[in-house]
Design a protein around this ligand. Structure first.
Ligand code: NAP
Length: 276
């Protein structure tokens, strides 16, 4: 039981398809005790069965990261119900629709500000406010995507947010290392979730990744969950400031793998029958 004796909070479960749910299940299976958060009353009702499934008991708290008072209240609830915690999972992102398709140059300033606030600044704020309840051997994990490093069609504004998030991970890791707090990110391959549904023609990304990743498939939330759990556990006690890809190897590819004809000339064969 790798997580036996560890306590933590998971922000960003919307339903059982959420990456945060995959991480929570992996932690639960390895003996962790967890709290989860919900965005508002509507999600409280939807998430109640998930809180029961994860054996959260009363450790089920409201937290909209755009409301600083809710993050402060979260710290008080954790202190009261759990004392100290050993890990935080920040699996939260949001960008208005006009930032996730169309011409990049047309992104409005208010959409940019919202995406950076919810998807990036919230990590800094959550960690700062919860720092008093973090144990001196604790781990913080956030979620990123390849579109923060290279161009990905339609990822647009979220690509800029993920680039900022990955840099935030490095600066936080340096700053908090002296307090015994590690900060890492998992960069997950594309997965069909609620958040992903906002990205224009997301099914194209899924097909492209499965066709071109070395392992020739897409990742599941449970695969991301296991790797996330490793970064939350003492197995990764010397790892901080890292962006760890869990994407079936897609990020290592410079060009798509192709077949060659008898003359040694590359033919366009996208590994299978899908014409993409
Ligand atoms: P998801 O299930 O929709 O999770 C996104 C979560 O963010 C939801 O629980 C959502 O809450 C929460 N959220 C949005 N605004 C919030 C706010 N103001 N306060 C608190 N919570 C808020 O989608 P997901 O794909 O698992 O996304 C989790 C993370 O993984 C995100 O950072 C995403 O960018 C990243 N990621 C996703 C993929 C992918 O392909 N799916 C790949 C790599 C990285 P509500 O639903 O209650 O609004």
């Amino acid at each position: 039981m790798i997580m036996k004796g560890k306590k933590g909070i998971i922000l960003g479960i919307a339903n059982k398809k959420s990456i945060a749910y995959g991480i929570a299940k992996a932690c639960q299976e390895q003996g962790a005790e967890m709290a989860i958060t919900f965005l508002n009353e509507r999600f409280e009702r939807k998430l109640t069965p998930i809180a029961e499934d994860l054996e959260c008991g009363a450790r089920f708290y409201p937290c909209d990261v755009s409301k600083p008072e809710e993050i402060k209240a979260l710290k008080d609830s954790i202190e009261k119900d759990m004392g100290q915690i050993d890990f935080i999972v920040h699996s939260i992102a949001f960008a208005p629709k006009e930032g996730l398709g169309g011409r990049f140059v047309d992104i409005p300033k208010n959409a940019f500000d919202i995406a950076m606030d919810i998807s990036v600044y919230s990590l800094i704020e959550v960690v700062r406010e919860l720092k008093p309840v973090l144990s001196d051997n604790s781990s913080v994990l956030t979620l990123s995507y390849f579109g923060g490093v290279k161009y990905v069609p339609n990822y647009n504004l979220m690509g800029v947010a993920k680039a900022a998030l990955e840099m935030t991970v490095r600066y936080l890791a340096e700053d908090l290392g002296k307090d015994g707090i590690r900060v890492n990110a998992v960069s997950a391959g594309p997965i069909k979730t609620l958040a992903a549904a906002g990205i224009g023609d997301f099914s194209f990304l899924l097909k492209w990744n499965a066709a071109h990743a070395p392992l020739k498939k897409n990742v599941t939330i449970h695969e991301v969950g296991k790797s996330g759990m490793y970064l939350l556990s003492d197995l990764s006690s010397a790892v901080t400031g890292e962006v760890h890809y869990v994407d079936n190897g897609f990020n290592i590819m410079g060009l798509p793998a192709v077949d060659f004809d008898e003359k040694g000339k590359a033919t366009i064969a996208w590994n299978g029958t899908d014409k993409i």
